[in-house]
Design a protein around this ligand. Structure first.
Ligand code: GLC
Length: 561
């Protein structure tokens, strides 16, 4: 991959001041944010009690991962009731209080909608397995007869994203083996049949239920999986693609089917029929971005996660290409690009950047037996990377804990692992638990450093989390928390999210990347040696204690002209 600055794109501010075009959205993982009742599991009351600290951080919105009624087989992405709160997290009234408090503080609230699959404990699935093959109840899901003489083989060759086959065979009530049902994820997450109008209208009611309560929108889980090719044919290239797809080749039968688009158009109409700027963001794992752009046409999603940027190795050539591709694709349909470095499915970027180049494989974490990332290097780069990202025009996503510079828990023992990936692959893939560990708020307050007052914690924190606790950083010059606060404050004051983008040719090469957003120059030094600082007022830098004449290795600076 070459870095030819002449091929760089630029971006101009566009009309339309909707908040989601430029906002910073902070992902709360409810299980691990704050635990008010001390049972070791985060909850809605805990979130409410800590919202002020997020307003102070300087974000515009929060997105909550699922808190719905769920057996928690996939940490809540297995929903048993879309219109209620799991008792682990509280009640609907707790949700209303949280929403009200967020709105008082000027924060928008997005919630996670999981439409591709339900929990196997959802009443629709329970009704389906208690009904006969081909019944109306079974039509909610994908039930099929098996292949082979006695139906003993799965109906097709699809595999699960979490490892193992994507089909599980039912045992009928009389004890005989029955039909198979499809699950692209865990066997406790049966896929819904989106070709069924009853499924479609049930979800429209769910959207309205939450919009009526006052949410500002949705983050939509796995939207690219919802429609399946008619007849559920084999994946033509399962050997190479596994559960996924190969970029640039025709869509496999479970991903990106055309039939999803009318569904999102309908949802957008529903959102638009409400007051305020309601918005939906799709977790559309669709590449290249020119293809993803179809998902954010003006009448579909407001935005999608930018997986190209997220997956990019932290190298000038790759980032240069991914930023060009982003502006080009999203500008072509008038949608904002989003930017993101961490979430609850991948290794935290403070660890990823400490020796692991990019994201090794989706859903793979680091275990105690693996080579361990370099914490210091990782944090130094992560701070630089975040500042590089927060200068970009568009909407940014932050994941809870990254503002503390929190590393992944990379030595979590197998007995604590809960991600289904771990069990489904016999421990070969350790899974995503390492980025989901409860947050440290106050050093030394119980074993979980102020996550609660009892010290209980559904995943144990590593020793080192104490050093990263919020109270150790709050108000401390040079801390990662203060760096985030400053960056977000400047971003808001100078309207960087609504701004422009142009590469700086003299700082765009194999050693550095630099761009201009309005009056601000953003430069990151990828080299091993310090670089000369250009003229201008340095208003923020990611490294501490360096001389004013140089940009250190791995450092990002913001310079005002
Ligand atoms: C999304 C979620 C992930 C979940 C999966 C299945 O990728 O982010 O956590 O396991 O969908 O719902």
């Amino acid at each position: 991959m070459s870095l030819d600055v002449a091929k760089g794109v630029s971006h101009h501010p566009r009309e339309g001041g909707e908040w989601w075009r430029s906002g910073t959205i902070y992902q709360i993982y409810p299980r691990s944010f704050a635990d008010a009742n001390g049972d070791g599991m985060g909850d809605l009351a805990g979130i409410t009690s800590r919202l002020e600290s997020l307003a102070t951080l300087g974000i515009d919105a929060i997105w909550l991962s699922p808190f719905y009624t769920s057996p928690q087989k996939d940490a809540g992405y297995d929903v048993a009731d879309y219109c209620d709160v799991d008792e682990l997290f509280g009640t609907l009234q707790d949700f209303d209080r949280m929403l009200e408090r967020a709105h008082e503080l000027g924060l928008k609230v997005l919630i996670d909608l999981v439409p591709n699959h339900t929990s196997d404990k959802h009443k629709w699935f329970q009704a389906a397995i208690n009904s006969a093959p081909n019944s109306r109840e079974r039509e909610f899901y994908h039930f099929k007869e098996g292949r082979g003489e006695n139906g003993e083989l799965p109906p097709n060759n699809w595999v699960s994203m979490f490892g193992g086959p994507a089909w599980t065979r039912l045992t009928e009530k009389d004890g005989t083996p029955g039909q198979w049902y499809l699950h692209l994820f865990d066997s406790s997450q049966p896929d819904l049949n989106w070709a069924n109008p009853e499924v479609q209208s049930a979800f429209e009611d769910i959207l309205r239920f939450w919009l009526d309560r006052g949410v500002d929108g949705f983050r939509v889980d796995q939207p690219h999986a919802m429609a399946k090719a008619a007849g559920l044919p084999d994946h033509p290239d399962v050997e190479r693609a596994g559960a996924g797809f190969i970029e640039g080749e025709p869509s496999p039968p479970m991903w990106f089917q055309e039939e999803v688009h009318p569904i999102f158009r309908r949802w957008r109409e529903i959102l638009n029929s409400y007051d305020g700027d309601r918005a939906m963001c799709g977790e559309a794992y669709v590449l290249p971005l020119s293809f993803m752009a179809l998902w954010v046409r003006p009448d579909e999603f407001n935005q999608t996660f930018n997986f190209r940027f997220l997956d990019s190795e932290w190298k000038p050539e790759t980032l240069f290409a991914s930023i060009n591709e982003s502006f080009e694709a999203f500008d072509s349909v008038g949608a904002p690009s989003t930017w993101v470095l961490s979430n609850h499915d991948i290794i935290r970027h403070a660890s990823r950047m400490g020796g692991l180049a990019g994201r090794p494989t989706a859903s793979d974490g680091v275990g105690p037996g693996d080579p361990q990332p370099d914490r210091e290097l990782g944090l130094r780069r992560a701070r630089g990377a975040t500042m590089f990202m927060l200068g970009l025009a568009g909407a940014s996503y932050l994941y809870q804990g990254e503002e503390l510079g929190l590393p992944e828990h990379t030595t979590l023992e197998p007995e604590f692992r809960q991600d289904p990936t771990f069990a489904r692959t016999g421990g070969k893939r350790v899974g995503r638990d390492g980025c989901r560990v409860p947050l440290p708020w106050q050093a030394g307050l119980g074993a979980a450093n102020g996550f609660n007052t009892t010290g209980k914690s559904w995943l144990p924190q590593p020793e080192i989390y104490r050093e990263y606790a919020r109270d150790q950083q709050d108000g401390i010059a040079g801390s990662t928390l203060e760096l985030y606060k400053s960056a977000l404050r400047i971003r808001r004051q100078l309207k960087l999210g609504e701004g422009s983008f142009a590469w700086l040719p003299q700082f765009t090469n194999e050693r550095a990347l630099g761009y201009r957003n309005g009056q601000i120059l953003v430069i990151h030094n990828f080299g091993r040696d310090a670089m000369a600082m250009p003229a201008g007022e340095v208003i923020l830098r990611s490294a501490n204690g360096l001389d004013q004449q140089h940009i250190a290795a791995d450092e990002t600076v913001w310079i005002k002209l």
